[in-house]
Ligand binder design. Structure first.
Ligand code: HEC
Length: 155
């Protein structure tokens, strides 16, 4: 039953995404739409590599797993941070927003102590664990570049 609810909300998010996608193609540009327009790819385009996700897994085990759990399922210490139930809250935001959010607030016991490359690798691992496809190019460790990739629901 819980699973059905999750699938339903992802479908809804997808429907919303395509409606607003149509809206931004017109000439009436709203401030909110401007952000979406600057994105040139989505998480379905293979925006990280499998090797990068494997590096991210090591960073995750060292710096995140103690609170978020070995499989990102969350626990008493912290919420789950993978899967459609988590990603749905980020739908239509640029990947750069998630990068920034993690960089300024995580690990909670020492925010900002990882390198940008490590934050990017762990982000690749979160995406890999959330069933997004790996591709040929690595996720860049650069907020401006990450802002060009839009978060959409996994297929
Ligand atoms: C000391 C415990 C602790 C560690 C270590 C930690 N986190 Fe967290 N994390 C939390 C808590 C508690 C929250 C919920 C409060 C908040 O959102 O700030 C959270 C929230 C988050 C969120 C936002 C969840 C949401 O629903 O938006 C993300 C993403 C995240 N953490 C990623 C990471 C990553 C990646 C690492 C490793 C680099 C990490 N965390 C390490 C405790 C931790």
């Amino acid at each position: 039953m819980k699973r059905l609810v999750v699938v339903g909300s992802v479908g809804l998010a997808l429907a919303c995404a395509s409606v607003s996608g149509l809206a931004t193609e017109g000439s009436a540009v709203e401030p909110v739409a401007a952000t979406a327009q600057e994105t040139t790819s989505t998480l379905l385009d293979g925006v990280f590599t499998a090797a990068q996700a494997r590096r991210g897994r090591r960073v995750y085990s060292r710096d995140c797993a103690s609170c978020h759990g070995p499989e990102m399922q969350g626990g008493e210490m912290a919420p789950g941070i993978a899967g459609s139930g988590f990603m749905v809250f980020w739908t239509e935001l640029p990947v750069g927003s998630m990068f920034e959010r993690i960089k300024v607030s995580m690990p909670e016991d020492g925010p900002g102590r990882l390198t940008d490359e490590e934050y990017t690798d762990v982000l690749a691992f979160i995406l890999d664990s959330s069933d997004y496809p790996a591709g040929e190019t690595e996720l860049p460790a650069d907020k401006a570049e990450l802002d060009k990739i839009m978060i959409v629901a996994a297929e």
